[in-house]
Design a protein around this ligand. Structure first.
Ligand code: FAD
Length: 483
């Protein structure tokens, strides 16, 4: 027994609720620096949305589709692969299961290696920094904590007028369990999740329709890349209904009936991918004095401490951007603050975004629109992958690198990539942005040849060419440099 009368086995320096990216990394950070930690998880698998139920599984599906359909090599060798839909679905499921099993095991092993105790059950807050866990058999265990980290994440938002109880109407999680590949898929929502699924199923040869109220896909990315991605999808056979409104989703004797702006659709499946809702309802936040806002997001300060001292929150439960990458970093910063670990005081201000469409899309810094709106005298430079040796060799020539920079001093403001490996390539531009660099960094650096990275250099040259054209008072719509 501890001096307070609490059984030492139930006392932890840190109790984390949730084992997703925020919970996993927050727990590991504290345990790595010598603190006694427990993680409470109510799901049967650890890993949360990113590993167990959505993010990684969708990426595994994407890469499997790219491989099994020959998507990446079709144009090069004139050979595509055509598997019967049942076989394709089996292969997809098997691959997703493999990857998810490996990755959830890795999360478990990581926590065990750090000496973190896993507690299975549904957690809620109690008074005096306690966490009450309802275990599977209904028994309650009370954990006493010096510090608590709320990392309960989010779930797909279900608007009340969408019939999610219909077996053919899915959210981003349940869609991963579909039994068969549909012939006709309607994707509601052209944000990152909708775009990824739409692109994967277009790659599979499914008749995909994407509908969104917004006037373009992925409004967070640069408009030019958004249009380019829309073009890729349309050339693949997808129909995009942007600026359109879903009026109703119902079922009659012949199947689903969806009405969009007066037009009737009969998709075999609907994927509804609009919004996320924070998992706060069962946490008894009031009990501990933790405040949430009108959108159901736990309120935190700059170091992710909630309105209750000693209780921190990180990841989707505190709201946007809703990225695993950011959730992990927020949790690390929170734990550094909570335990005076002097290694991380804030998260990176230059967060990249990666969307795993076919091909990938990624960005960091300002879009051209945002840079112009901020009043900067903006110039741009582009290099297309069809002029890139590595892309030609691989037969994956779709897309471009676009640089956004300030005309007066060539300071890089943002970078935008559509193309294979975009989510990896973007980190080169991120490094330049971190050091406040100019597009000359790309000109001055010797890159391996042939590589996709090399496209940065030609995007920068294109930018310089445009600057010179401007100086001469000529049109800046010069052709993109290739040499
Ligand atoms: C389809 C899809 C694709 C995505 N792709 C990407 C991507 O490419 N890149 C990226 O960075 N992000 C991506 N995301 C977002 C990413 O998955 C989330 O931002 C991330 O999972 C949030 O992590 P988290 O730790 O905050 O919460 P979560 O991952 O949601 O984990 C929360 C955990 O807490 C548990 N929990 C909740 N309440 C309780 C309770 N009361 N007691 C015990 N346990 C509880 C849950 O069971 C869950 O395991 C994607 C999301 C979706 C849906």
């Amino acid at each position: 027994m501890a001096a307070s009368g609490v059984d030492e086995r139930d006392h932890f320096e840190l109790v984390v609720i949730g084992s997703g990216p925020a919970g996993d990394k927050g727990a590991s950070q504290a345990a790595y620096f010598g603190h006694k930690v427990a993680v409470v998880e109510r799901a049967s698998r650890v890993g949360g949305g990113a590993i167990a139920v959505a993010g990684v599984p969708v990426k595994a599906m994407r890469d499997t589709v790219a491989y099994l359909t020959g998507w990446s090599q079709r144009d090069t060798y004139g050979v595509g692969i055509s598997l019967a839909p049942d076989l394709m679905m089996n292969r997809l499921r098997a691959r997703i299961t493999d990857v998810v099993t490996t990755m959830t095991t890795a999360v478990c092993d990581n926590l065990t290696r750090h000496g973190v105790e896993m507690v299975r059950g549904d957690a809620r807050l109690g008074p005096d920094r306690t966490v009450i866990v309802t275990e599977e058999d209904g028994a309650e265990r009370v954990l006493h904590a010096d510090v608590i980290l709320l990392a309960t994440g989010s779930r797909p938002f279900h608007p009340p007028d969408v019939p999610f109880d219909d077996p053919d109407v899915h959210d981003s999680q349940s869609f991963l369990s579909i039994e068969r590949i549909p012939e006709r898929l309607l994707v509601v929502g052209a944000g990152p999740v909708g775009a990824e699924y739409a692109s994967i199923f277009t790659g599979l040869g499914v008749q995909v329709t994407v509908v969104d109220r917004a006037s373009r896909m992925l409004p967070i990315i640069d408009a030019e890349l958004s249009d380019a991605l829309a073009g890729v999808l349309q050339r693949g056979g997808a129909r995009l209904m942007l600026g359109a409104n879903v009026e109703s989703i119902t079922r009659d004797a012949d199947g689903l009936v969806v009405v969009i702006d007066g037009e009737t659709f009969r998709p075999e499946k609907v994927l509804h991918a609009i919004g996320r809702a924070g998992n706060i309802e069962t946490l008894a936040l009031d009990e501990a004095g933790v405040t949430s806002d009108q959108f159901g997001r736990v309120q935190v300060d700059d170091h992710y401490e909630t309105t209750a001292p000693g209780i921190y929150a990180a990841g989707d439960v505190i709201g946007p951007p809703g990225l695993a990458s950011v959730a992990m970093e927020q949790a690390r910063v929170a734990m550094c603050r909570a335990f005076d670990i002097p290694f991380k005081e804030h998260i990176d201000p230059m967060i990249p975004a990666g969307i795993y469409t076919l091909p990938e899309t990624s960005m960091v810094g300002l879009t051209e629109e945002a840079a112009r709106a901020a009043g900067d005298d903006v110039e741009t430079g582009r290099a297309r992958f069809d002029a890139n040796a590595r892309a030609q060799i691989a037969g994956l020539t779709e897309g471009l690198v676009k640089l956004v920079f300030r005309a007066s001093d060539k300071a890089l403001l943002g970078a935008h990539i559509l193309g294979e490996e975009a989510t990896e390539l973007i980190h080169v531009a991120q490094a330049v942005l971190h050091k406040g660099g100019t597009i000359d960094e790309f000109i001055d650096t010797t890159f391996n040849f042939p590589t996709r990275t090399d496209a940065y250099k030609y995007a920068a040259y294109d930018g310089l060419q445009r600057l010179q054209a401007r100086a001469r008072g000529e049109s800046v719509d010069a052709p993109v440099a290739t040499t």
